[in-house]
Design a protein around this ligand. Structure first.
Ligand code: THU
Length: 139
């Protein structure tokens, strides 16, 4: 992944932190999902007083895109931290990894974990979800 593109996605993910609705955990998460057509979908976590309806930032971004007919993706950047302060990587939860598995090629889809434009690491979906179960298993 080109450094400029990574920087653009990191900036967009950080921007999303302002929309995070996290009154229960105060853990703010932002995501920027790059579709193959070049569009970037932002997402934030959205919590709920009943806790379990909480939606992670990654899934917010995916569901925004899919709900607009976009189903091909290249990469996602995720940032997050207590009170929106980025002290470490916010790694996608298992449910979000499984949603990525539904729409992305595990060998090529890139997950950028960042604390700033200068500090980031890139993983493939296969690296963070080894032996993942997907559509291919059902054919
Ligand atoms: N969260 C995300 O948005 N993405 C993840 O992958 C991990 C967790 C959110 C959910 C909840 O609002 C808060 O972080 C604390 O779990």
């Amino acid at each position: 992944m080109d450094k400029n593109l990574a920087g653009t996605l990191i900036e967009k993910a950080i921007e999303q932190l302002q929309f995070s609705y996290a009154p229960y955990s105060n853990f703010k998460v932002g995501a920027a999902l790059l579709a193959k057509n070049g569009t970037i979908y932002g997402g934030c976590n959205i919590e709920n007083a009943s806790y379990s309806p909480t939606n992670c930032a990654e899934r917010t971004a995916f569901f925004k895109a899919v709900s607009e007919g976009i189903k091909e993706f290249e990469a996602i950047c995720v940032v997050g931290g207590k009170d929106g302060i980025l002290t470490g990587y916010a790694s996608p939860c298992g449910v979000c990894r499984q949603v990525m598995m539904e729409f992305c090629d595990p060998e090529t889809f890139q997950i950028i974990l960042a604390t700033s434009k200068e500090q980031y690491e890139i993983f493939t979906l296969e690296e963070i979800l080894p032996l993942g179960f997907g559509q291919k298993n059902l054919t």
